[in-house]
Design a protein around this ligand. Sequence first.
Ligand code: SAM
Ligand code: SF4
Length: 461
Amino acid sequence: MKYIDENKIQNILEKTQNSKSFSIDEILEKAKELKGLNIEELAFLLNVEDEKDLEKIFKVASFVKKEIYGKRIVLFAPLYTSNICTNNCLYCSFQVNNKSLKRKALSYDEVKTQTEILLKTGQKRILLVSGESNILDKKPIDYYLECIKAVYDARYKNNNIRRVNINVAPLTIGEFKELKNANIGTYQIFQETYHEKTYKALHTLGSKKDPDKRISAIDNAFLAGIDDVGMGALLGLYDYKFEILALFMHIEALQNIYGIGPHTISVPRLEPSFGVNFENDKNFYHFVSDKDFKKIVATLRIAVPYTGLILSTRETENMRNFLLNLGISQMSAASSVEPGGYDKKNENNQFILSDSRSLKEVLESIIESGYIPSFCTACYRKSRTGKTFMNLAKPGNIKYNCHLNSLITLKEYLLEFGDKNLLEKGNNLLNNEINSLGKDEKILLENIFSRLENGERDIFL
Ligand code: SAM
Ligand code: SF4
């Protein structure tokens, strides 16, 4: 597969297993400088099994997270627009051969209605997700563009969606340019597995059969001028250590060619899917335990410190709370993974979700854990993306904006959607945060808060 040297990865994994040439303490000391790790150091940490050593890794991951991201957790919701797909990914219920699934592609009006439902709960960011297929007479790209427009057109009182990210199959450079012109935030795509033999065995029909076409999607996005991309691997298809090192190798290759890497990384764990018995097939299924999953999140946080880490509702409430400390910077909340699922549950889900709490409940729990829920969408609207974002983030200059923006968006959420309980917890948090600000920032924020209280909306720095 392009960019991936499988032999090199296997050799690094063997070389770093119980090796005396590496010291966990030295690697973790280096990690505290917030400059990331090299592939061998990452492999060494992935090979750690001892509980005490894992605790050391968690501690440093938590330190890196606090230094770079502070206490903010950005929230979003996925919006599944179509489960019609011409590919046959053996792990996904949308695969063309799954005859038990009811197929549905939302119309412009239906996407708008679903978005309005999300707006009523307070969501500001959406991740559009779709199967790959022509929809009636429309090519996939034209269908995606129509869906993006529907999301941005939707309104509830003063509220609208401020950022649409999109997770769809690879496109041509010309098509990516159209996505960019439609004002998307992040283009997200997961390689699923970087192990070529496994990839080919699991993707049996359609355009997704070709692993090189898939891995080139990010190149095409960059070449089209999209500098905000999300990458990932679906954990459970092949050995996780191989997958994480390959993902790292892919990121390094992109950084060498384009001078930028991904804005976010996702490491979804495979979930049971409707009408798919894949997980019983021992040839393919490489279950990732909770212990290993925590290690994966912590080592990624340390190895690529400036890349956001996203967690979905595939994970349980307990796991999500635990991973907040280890490096997660964005999470979905109150998700539905079926087209039209925000008002009707039709059993057309892509997979079974493990966290079914409402957005309000997730917010409460984030606040109780000492974090700040954020709906901020300022960076991409101020063109702080790609190299510009990294140039600001690495010397620590983005934290100031992000922190204040998180407080502003939380205040806005509380004014519009807070009930008694949440208002009490949220306002306590805001008061404590305001009191810990410097004089100028405090005046700035108090001024913005009073503008919000007087009805102004969507203020960002
Ligand atoms: N069809 C596009 C594609 O495959 O890139 C985008 C949408 S697809 C629904 C989004 C992601 O869902 C896939 O990239 C895959 O990683 C994930 N996925 C598929 N089946 C899954 C399962 N059973 N459990 C967890 N995640 C799954
Ligand atoms: Fe289709 Fe994507 Fe599911 Fe594969 S993962 S079957 S491409 S929706």
